[in-house]
Ligand binder design. Structure first.
Ligand code: NAG
Ligand code: NAG
Ligand code: NAG
Ligand code: NAG
Ligand code: NAG
Ligand code: NAG
Ligand code: NAG
Ligand code: NAG
Length: 607
């Protein structure tokens, strides 16, 4: 029993001195085995072997749990490469790039692509502070503010939200906003057709006095003074431009009211903005019920789904001034539409693309999603108007994601009939399905993308992918030139910072509605289960996520230290010929273990 230690490594060591001196794992083993007090060493050895055994078991377990290596991640493509079952010979609608082989599966990122690790702690921004004065205490009963919104549903939403804050600042009563019925969308719906008007009034009753109509005074109807104020008007701007008018005329109507309030405001006013947008403004019952039905149908098809907001209508493409690869036919058609805007000057399509101003094509969105790890089994809900080029344009996306759905495909004509004639109501349905989706993706940076990005942050940081078009365009351009892995890894690199993570907020940079939390200064309060109504759960969003690597290195370091302590206590010889001190021992030990770990756990981290 006393001699057990001598039977192992030493002989082996003599046979192979060079190899061992190169291998720190063996050096460690060897060092530990040369114990001076062999009687005690005989206790140490079984303990140590057990420990090593545990480790091996752990490694085996980790590599067993991790998904198998996907071969398309490993091999390189050649032009005469024969097609495997797990790949698609991807056909671009533009025609040529015929040799791009795209894997069918998304890869091995697992749950990471569906939830954000830091999303547990989210900010709230709607709880008013104690010093915030109630609106009814300060409203001047003679003053009324009216607004007319502008643009599509989501652009109008910014106007309505900001009007609430403007009315509060101006000590005036807000009249239910008039919606834009002339814009491109030509929807005749009024406020109460789309939003729950009574809920809106009641919810805000403490903050702002809201009435449905301008009252008559002594049987005479009031005539509002119409004016327009600059964009992003701040408190001083309202003070100097609107207050004098209110004093003189009492009733003021602000037209084309969208983005007319500054991003930067007092914290309490920002919080009122959050209350208005995320709580007071809710859709009417019929819209909410239909939206819920659509969400339920998506969930029946698959537990999780992606919602894609695809803006690819001809007017939008024409306005962007970009070229989408459709040849002369496309150039002619879009040029024709561009004549609608007289003031639009000629843009260089290439420059627009370089500056990231072009919406992604359906094909590019599909490739981006696959590169980010979504496989062909994923169900996609596509919210879009009439896509330019129709089925031909959509085909590459459908090729990559055959489980392709839309309102029209998951609901019957009869069900949609009450909404179909009204673009805003249809947009509201899409808004609900996109808001509830596990992952939200856009191909553009329009109002709906901004509104939903802000909302998804507010309601707990759900993944919201917005293409970094400025960087991605090069990859799309050069993709005939690279392997799938190169392409995919490029996409993943460029998308860092564009995935809707809490640590992506850059205070003072984005639009308020796009990222409310970046604009509201919140102090850290106590932490408990967060809920949207409960802002005492507010927490700062510093990055608390640990990647597995660092935890592992830490763990190994600890282990190495305890081993060193053990060998010291038991009087074993320090493996001094190789390691001058405990620190270098710990370092070598943990790095070599880490290397083994990385090797074994590679598929887990294939990225
Ligand atoms: C197919 O690829 C191999 C290399 O992978 C190359 O040697 C061979 O010439 C190619 N054949 C054709 C027909 O291109
Ligand atoms: C198609 O691609 C090949 C090389 O991949 C190129 O030689 C050819 O000119 C391209 N054809 C068109 C019409 O762009
Ligand atoms: C609104 O009312 C508050 C409190 O009564 C007052 O301090 C403030 O000057 C008023 N602002 C305007 C624009 O009338
Ligand atoms: C838009 O609404 C306003 C007020 O609600 C109304 O007076 C006007 O006639 C409407 N415009 C169109 C084009 O229907
Ligand atoms: C809004 O429009 C509906 C019809 O679409 C109408 O019944 C209702 O009276 C209108 N409400 C207001 C406040 O104008
Ligand atoms: C958006 O989603 C959040 C969280 O899932 C939910 O609390 C909120 O009510 C939704 N809003 C709408 C308009 O559906
Ligand atoms: C192919 O890649 C090289 C460098 O990787 C680049 O310089 C070249 O422009 C690319 N060619 C095309 C057609 O994308
Ligand atoms: C945010 O955190 C993620 C993962 O924790 C990290 O990969 C990413 O680089 C961070 N992004 C920024 C902009 O710091």
């Amino acid at each position: 029993m006393k001699k057990t230690t001598q039977q192992h490594q030493p002989q082996h060591h003599r046979r192979n001195p060079n190899r061992i001196s190169n291998n720190s794992v063996l050096r460690i083993l060897q060092g530990l085995i040369f114990c001076r007090r062999r009687n005690l060493g005989s206790h140490l050895l079984p303990f140590f072997s057990a420990l090593v055994g545990c480790f091996l078991f752990l490694f085996a377990f980790v590599s067993f749990l991790s998904p198998p290596i996907n071969h398309h991640h490993v091999h390189h493509f050649h032009y005469n490469h024969s097609l495997l079952d797990d790949e698609i010979d991807f056909q671009s609608h533009i025609g040529n790039t015929s040799t791009f082989l795209v894997p069918r599966a998304g890869g091995s990122l697992g749950d990471e692509i569906w939830t954000l690790s830091q999303s547990k702690f989210h900010h709230g921004c709607s709880q008013k502070s104690e010093t915030f004065q109630d609106g009814d205490a300060k409203t001047n009963p003679e003053r009324f503010l009216l607004i007319v919104t502008s643009g599509g549903l989501n652009q109008q939403r910014t106007g309505i939200t900001d009007a609430v804050v403007a009315a509060y600042m101006l000590n005036s009563t807000l009249v239910i906003p008039e919606l834009d019925n002339r814009s491109y969308w030509k929807d005749q719906s009024n406020f109460s057709d789309i939003f729950d008007v009574d809920w809106f009034i009641t919810y805000l009753s403490k903050d702002v006095n809201v009435v449905k109509q301008l009252p008559t005074i002594d049987g005479k109807s009031l005539h509002p003074y119409r004016t327009r104020i600059p964009r992003r008007c701040d408190a001083e701007c309202y003070e100097s431009r609107v207050v004098p008018l209110l004093e003189k005329k009492k009733v003021v109507k602000l037209t084309k009211f969208d983005y007319r309030l500054a991003n930067k405001l007092d914290t309490d006013l920002q919080k009122l903005r959050c209350r208005a947008n995320y709580h007071a403004l809710r859709y009417t019952n019929p819209i909410r019920e239909m939206g819920k039905k659509l969400v339920e149908r998506m969930r029946m098809k698959s537990n999780r789904y992606i919602a894609l907001h695809l803006r690819f209508e001809s007017d939008m493409l024409a306005f962007s001034g970009c070229y989408f690869g459709g040849g002369n036919k496309e150039r002619r058609e879009l040029e024709q539409i561009r004549k609608r805007w007289e003031t639009l000057h000629k843009q260089s399509p290439d420059r627009e693309r370089r500056q990231g101003k072009c919406p992604l094509t359906p094909e590019e969105v599909g490739l981006m999603l696959r590169a980010l790890g979504y496989g062909e089994d994923v169900h996609i809900y596509v919210a879009s108007g009439e896509v330019y080029g129709g089925e031909d344009t959509l085909w590459p996306l459908k090729q990559l994601f055959p489980n392709f759905h839309s309102k029209e495909s998951i609901a019957t004509k009869e069900e949609l009939a009450p909404f179909a004639q009204y673009s805003s109501r249809m947009a509201a349905l899409d808004f609900i399905v996109c808001n509830e989706s596990d992952v939200f993706v856009t191909n553009n940076n329009g109002n709906m993308a901004k509104m939903l990005a802000g909302r998804r942050r507010y309601f707990g940081y759900k993944p919201t992918i917005r293409p970094n078009a400025k960087k991605l365009y090069r990859l799309f351009l050069d993709r005939g030139n690279m392997t799938w892995e190169e392409f995919a890894s490029g996409v993943r690199t460029h998308q860092i910072g564009f995935m809707g993570r809490p640590n992506e907020s850059k205070p003072g940079k984005d639009e308020f509605h796009e990222n409310p939390i970046a604009w509201v200064v919140v102090r850290i309060l106590h932490v408990h289960t967060p809920g949207p109504w409960d802002d005492s759960s507010v927490q700062n969003s510093w990055d608390t996520s640990w990647d597995t690597d660092s935890i592992f290195v830490c763990f190994c370091g600890l282990l190495a230290c305890s081993l060193a302590a053990f060998s010291w206590i038991w009087g074993c010889a320090w493996p001094s010929p190789f390691f001058s001190n405990a620190k270098s021992f710990a370092l070598e030990f943990s790095t070599s273990i880490h290397q083994v770990y990385r090797f074994l756990a590679f598929p887990l981290r294939a990225a």
